[in-house]
Write a protein that binds this ligand. Structure first.
Ligand code: UT7
Length: 324
């Protein structure tokens, strides 16, 4: 028995904002943003909601999987930016899609969210509790961004990606072959965003709106050290060597981080497709959107071995090895 990914989908908002556009509203430049991050543009939600983007991505994934919404029995929404705190994202998507048989819930593992969701789905499916799962990473990070802070607002974008994973009765050597996940709450405050202030009859912490705060250099150092190690562990669990991996699909925070990871793994950059040029960093949505774009471009063939890896706030990290 194996657990296989049988469909992917993605959706981004219509409004495309380039670095040039941003340089008209804050003190920045295409040169700075592109040379430090690899980002050229991002898509920003205007009318779109996190839930609608997630539902569009999920519908595309279901269509590729040739499944109906009613076939799904587990829906996991990975997000730090749901439209509402209650109900959660996955329940909203369940309503939009009419996935009436599913149990739906959210997780928040920031930029590792899709990987963590995939790991949870894999465990449920392997243990026989459910048969077909939809794992969604969806964000409208533009709502958490301080648009006067040039150190963060140029980095993020909005969008959603989804994947259908299903139990396959056939051989064990296909599908999800190995996964690792980790967290280090002790270093969590290097990338944080406070909740709304506590206000009740006993305490008044004011009404200041909290935004994302990041110590970029600390997160950078964490990523270039932890991600290659996590990938190596996942590849070992899959009983493969890194040279046998066809594609590495990493969280799209920064091109330089991906170059550093490739170098540490001794792998050529051709194996590391990127899309931060067009989307920026979309946290939990970044890995599944990249996966969907690469899949739809025809670059993933049956039997290809693929690494997915995410890292970010928490701190959290996760890596998975799949044979398509
Ligand atoms: O998804 C979660 C994971 N997140 C990440 O992986 C982020 C990891 N970190 C990074 O990618 C990088 O640290 C950044 C791209 C965020 C920043 O790059 P950096 O090389 O670490 O730049 P810095 O923050 O040290 O800033 C260097 C200079 C500063 O000016 P001074 O103090 O040297 O005069 C900043 O004020 O660049 C300035 N700066 C900018 N200038 C123009 C910061 N942001 C901008 C900007 N445009 N947007």
């Amino acid at each position: 028995m194996s657990v296989r990914m049988i469909g992917t989908g993605s959706a981004v908002p219509k409004l495309r904002v380039t670095n040039e556009d941003l340089s008209r509203i804050i003190d920045t430049s295409d040169e700075w943003i592109y040379s430090r991050t690899g980002i050229r543009a991002r898509h920003i939600a205007v009318e779109e909601t996190t839930a609608q983007l997630a539902a569009d991505a999920a519908e595309a994934a279901l269509s590729m999987a040739q499944l109906a919404a009613e076939d799904i029995d587990l829906m996991i929404g990975a997000t730090a930016t749901p439209d509402r705190l209650l109900p959660g994202l996955a329940c909203e998507v369940q309503r939009i899609l009419g996935a009436t048989r599913a149990v739906a819930f959210d997780i928040n593992a920031a930029c590792s969210g899709f990987l963590f969701g995939l790991n949870i789905a894999d465990a449920y499916l392997r243990s026989g509790v459910y048969q077909n799962a939809l794992v969604i990473g969806a964000e409208t990070l533009s709502r958490l961004t301080d648009w006067t802070d040039r150190g963060t607002c140029v980095l993020f974008g909005d969008g959603a990606g989804a994947a259908v994973v299903a139990v396959d009765g056939a051989e064990e050597t296909r599908g999800i072959l190995g996964m690792v996940q980790g967290s280090d709450g002790g270093r969590g405050m290097v990338l944080s965003c406070a909740n709304r202030p506590l206000n009740n009859p006993y305490v008044n912490h004011g009404n200041e709106i909290p935004y994302v705060h990041m110590n970029g250099q600390e997160v950078y150092k964490f990523a270039v050290k932890t991600v290659p190690a996590a990938i190596m562990q996942a590849v070992e669990k899959a009983r493969l060597s890194v040279d046998e991996i066809d594609l590495f699909l990493l969280h799209q925070a920064n091109y330089r981080i991906i170059e550093a990871v490739a170098k540490r793994l001794g792998q050529p950059m051709e194996k590391f497709p990127t899309n931060m040029q067009e989307h920026g960093n979309i946290s939990a949505a970044s890995v599944p959107i990249l996966l969907d774009e690469v899949k739809r471009s025809g670059r993933i063939k049956d039997g290809d071995k693929i690494v997915l890896a995410g890292f970010g706030a928490g701190l959290t990290w996760g890596a998975a090895v799949l044979e398509w």
